[in-house]
Design a protein around this ligand. Structure first.
Ligand code: GCU
Length: 422
């Protein structure tokens, strides 16, 4: 009898959870005709109502206001404290990729004493280079070993928290299609990649194992409305990789690009917004909280993202769940803070969850600030056809297929970097 009661209870609980999920899915809008009328917050009017007419006014008044608002209401505040970082080269293989590249693994040790965190960077340098090379910095999802077949590449430092003993994530090269390393190296670029779990293992309950836990007052700040979330911490990590690359003789640190896919694309644009060393900032399918305008409420919305990933943003973002029209900012403002540096937003046709049109419009509306600098942004509100990249100072492409990073995407990014970073 008791067993029966348990089965009934489990069934009822399951059906409640499922109804919750399907009720939430039912609220996801994929119908363009149901996109609400919305007004985007003005980029070029200051909080005190003044028009911003010059680059100087933008840089001294409006840009800092926007960055402050994004810290307070979306990503949380990046701590001003600096923590100790040590770099140790743990291996160097000059014969990687059939002799085309040198693969260097570098251990980053953040913090000192009891409270430290380790992360491993894989730096891939082209062997054929004449002089210093430009570099593309990009996290990977499944570990450095997932990007290639080289046998000595180490697992992420906190892999046991994320991947079971028999997990397919442990297979070498399990995301190799996202990393056409030979092509990138042949075109003269270095790649610096690290598993994002090394910086913040991507689970809400693992915050105390992330780099956030190294900062003073971590526990007291945890529930503050503007406490930084994982995306902020990953963005901080991108900057720490840049610090190391500035010390590498083979790298031209004036030509560093940051590229991220999806959640790592959200982190890439936030890193690009805050750290001016990134000369090209690339958002691959970054969607909600990245390049896509939230006020369109198309595909993933603030309610879904804050429910499913409560650790990604600051707690304050929840105020806009189901209430996007009350947001005093939108993603065009985030993208505009990257100007006058180069911005590339890319989408995939089947990736409706990330709202390709919203991503395009985010980049399009950021153009107002690029114009202030005399640069050429995206010129039309109409999206370009599939596989027709626009490589203006603000760039965009949409390709066929699903949410992913493909060789086509990389080829477009390299073409763009050849124009603006070579
Ligand atoms: C989920 C999430 C997205 C995110 C994506 C990813 O789909 O809802 O916001 O971009 O994962 O990182 O792949």
């Amino acid at each position: 009898m008791n067993a029966l009661k348990h089965i009934v209870t489990i069934f009822l609980l399951c059906s409640m959870v499922c109804t919750g999920v399907s009720a939430q899915n039912a609220r996801i809008n994929y119908d363009e005709s149901k996109v609400p009328q919305f007004e985007l917050p003005a980029l070029l009017t200051s909080d005190s109502g003044d028009s911003i007419r010059t680059v100087e006014e933008w840089e001294t008044v409006r840009r800092p206001e926007i960055l402050d608002m994004l810290q307070e209401k979306m990503f949380g505040r990046t701590p001003a404290d600096r923590i100790a970082v040590k770099w140790d080269v743990i291996s160097e293989n000059g014969e990687a990729l059939g002799g085309k590249a040198t693969f260097r693994q570098v251990r980053f040790t953040f913090g000192e004493g009891e409270n430290t965190l380790e992360a491993i960077l894989l730096l891939i340098l082209p062997n054929e280079a004449k002089g210093k090379v430009p570099v593309i910095i990009s996290y990977n999802f499944n570990g450095n070993h997932s990007t290639c077949m080289e046998s000595d590449i180490l697992y992420p430092t906190k892999f046991d928290l994320i991947a079971a003993e028999d997990s397919p994530l442990r297979e070498r090269g399990n995301q190799i299609s996202r990393w056409p390393l030979e092509m990138i190296v042949d075109r003269g670029y270095a790649v610096a990649t690290m598993c994002y779990h090394d910086i913040f293992p991507d689970r809400a309950d693992l915050r105390d194992r992330s780099a956030a836990a190294l900062f003073p007052d971590f526990l007291n700040r945890m529930r503050d409305h503007d406490e930084w979330g994982a995306i902020g911490v990953w963005a901080w990590g991108y900057s720490r990789i840049a610090d190391y690359l500035e010390t590498v003789g083979a790298i031209d640190s004036n030509r560093m690009a940051v590229m991220g896919h999806s959640r790592q694309g959200k982190a890439a644009v936030w890193a690009g917004a805050q750290d001016e060393r990134f000369k090209v900032v690339i958002s691959n399918d970054s969607g909600c909280g990245g390049a896509a305008l939230s006020k369109r409420v198309f595909g993933e919305n603030i309610s879904c993202i804050t429910n499913t990933f409560p650790h990604w943003f600051c707690p304050g973002l929840c105020a806009y769940a189901g209430n996007e029209q009350a947001m005093p900012f939108d993603q065009h403002m985030l993208l505009a803070t990257i100007a006058p540096r180069h911005l590339y937003v890319a989408s995939a046709v089947e990736d409706r969850w990330a709202d390709p049109k919203g991503e395009y419009l985010g980049a399009y509306h950021a153009g107002e600030v690029y114009r202030l600098y005399g640069l050429k942004p995206l010129e039309s509100m109409e999206m370009p056809p599939v596989h027709t990249p626009i490589h203006n100072d603000v760039a965009y492409h949409i390709r066929a297929g699903r949410h992913d990073v493909t060789e086509y995407d990389w080829k477009c990014y390299l073409d763009y970097c050849d124009i603006y970073m070579k």
